[in-house]
Write a protein that binds this ligand. Structure first.
Ligand SMILES: *Cc1c(COP(=O)(O)O)cnc(C)c1O
Length: 479
């Protein structure tokens, strides 16, 4: 496909901006005036419309294709969420809300308050801050809360324990907050290795960060033992709840002994989030940490009004502009209230059922490193295909030609040649069957005609870009 610059024809125009008059020109300092041609493409209105319409048709999205990108929860985002989030009363409110008279934004405050309240109920936590803008931002907030707790209690803590099946952002957040990261391996069933944990935990342990279900797609069966152990050393338990899709209405981090949990509203609670945003990474805390949460928070007054509370005794301060990403909260609020309690339980059951269906169907063709009932995602390895020179990357690329977004590959790091498939609850059996057929076809070809897989994709405008070069030396303009 040609770029819009390549479509440029000298003298063609879609709009006539006119020539600025002398008076307008004289307002600007001459140093601010353009000295050279602006190099914009010269195209007609129709050229522009066709160009961008065709570009948009090259996109993969949940609304066009099955998108089993493990750990990212690319579920269908109901359009009613969008409708609710653009109601005039919400979008015309001042973006900061706090700069408006409280009487004028009671509705918005109520949404924030009730969303936080529902998240407390879902997670079993005592208090929730709505401020963080993303999962990783929530982790950073959580670790700062942990650090504050230990500071206030005069604890001398130096490190955080992270199992190797945790999400990569976990050790990064712990390190960014100034802690040393101590890694614990997984056992043969894919859970945290309790014996290794017992060797590493000591009085200097600030906390344990666990991703549940882990990035291996399995539930951490030993979680109660882990939290009991943490309590002995006054280490706090951190729950990475970015992928809550498997446990809503089934189990609650608060009941498992966790002190901090972050949620990815954009994943589990349904906001379109491909390509980097928008997100919301609410953080819930147990009673122990209630006095440390960021301010301000929206609270309810005795006469059932909503107001801002800046009085949290040992607050870590403000980590976002007032409340965080209100639009995402509105979508989550709509999503939860539309589904209700039974609906959320149904989401989790179907998400887990779908992942297990795919796991069972593909097990004869792809190596399954941890062969046990999975949660919301199934993690395979391309080991069987590597024998024929076909790697996880090739399988991912071959899926593109067959009309599917690739699963997550080479993550989690503990699985060699990992292929992480998360169908989510919103896929039908028919669509999953098409995906399963495609995966089986690829496995068969990998054996009989590996080059057919290694040279994919062939249906896209470009086949295999140099991904490292694209990231290190991005070419962001055409001249
Ligand atoms: C996506 C994800 C994160 C990071 O969330 P962002 O919103 O991308 O910062 C952290 N942990 C897990 C398990 C995740 O899946």
């Amino acid at each position: 496909m040609k770029t819009i610059f390549e479509k440029s024809v000298k003298g063609r125009a879609g709009v006539d901006p006119g020539t600025p008059d002398k008076k307008t020109q004289s307002i600007l300092d001459s140093s601010l005036l353009r000295q050279k041609d602006n190099m914009l493409p010269e195209v007609s209105e129709l050229d522009v419309i066709r160009h961008y319409t065709n570009l948009s048709r090259l996109n993969y999205s949940v609304d066009t294709h099955f998108y089993p990108l493990g750990s990212c929860t690319m579920k269908y985002n109901p359009k009613v969420n969008e409708a609710a989030s653009v109601l005039p009363g919400f979008i015309n409110a001042h973006p900061m809300l706090a700069y408006v008279k409280e009487d004028a934004v009671q509705g918005a405050f109520e949404v924030i308050y009730r969303t936080a309240e529902m998240m407390c109920e879902i997670t079993g936590m005592k208090k929730m801050t709505t401020q963080p803008y993303a999962g990783a931002h929530g982790e950073m907030t959580g670790i700062l809360l942990m650090a504050q707790y230990h500071r206030v209690h005069n604890n001398n803590k130096t490190h955080i324990i992270v199992p190797e099946s945790a999400h990569g952002t976990n050790p990064a957040s712990a390190a960014a907050a100034g802690y040393e990261v101590v890694t614990v391996p997984v056992n043969s069933a894919g859970g945290i290795d309790l014996n290794a944990l017992k060797e590493k935990i000591n009085a200097q342990t600030a906390g344990i960060m666990m991703t549940v279900p882990s990035t291996l797609g399995v539930f951490e069966k030993e979680v109660l033992e882990v939290s009991a152990l943490a309590r002995k050393f006054d280490a706090l338990m951190y729950y990475d709840g970015a992928n809550l899709n498997a446990i809503m209405g089934k189990a609650r981090p608060g009941d498992m002994g966790f002190d901090i949990v972050h949620l990815n509203l954009h994943k589990t609670f349904s906001t379109p989030h491909g390509g980097g945003g928008p997100g919301a990474g609410m953080v819930g805390v147990s009673e122990k940490l209630a006095d440390f949460v960021p301010v301000p928070a929206v609270v309810k007054t005795k006469d059932n009004k909503f107001t801002l509370d800046f009085n949290v005794p040992h607050t870590i301060g403000n980590i976002a502009s007032f409340f965080g990403n209100f639009g995402v909260m509105l979508k989550a609020f709509t999503y939860i209230t539309m589904l209700g309690k039974e609906g959320l339980i149904d989401v989790s059951e179907k998400a887990v059922l779908n992942a297990n269906y795919i796991m069972a169907k593909l097990k004869p063709y792809y190596f399954l490193p941890y062969d046990r009932t999975c949660m919301h995602e199934a993690v395979f390895s391309a080991k069987k295909q590597v024998v024929h020179g076909v790697h996880a990357l090739d399988i991912a690329k071959a899926l593109i030609d067959r009309g599917f977004h690739p699963p997550t590959i080479y993550f989690p790091l503990v699985v060699e040649e990992a292929i992480m498939i998360e169908p989510t609850e919103t896929e039908s059996k028919q669509d999953m069957d098409l995906f399963i057929e495609a995966m089986i076809d690829i496995a068969r070809l990998a054996e009989t005609d590996p080059d057919k897989i290694k040279n994919t994709p062939v249906t896209t405008p470009i086949s295999r870009p140099d991904e490292t070069k694209a990231a290190r030396e991005p070419k962001l303009k055409c001249f």
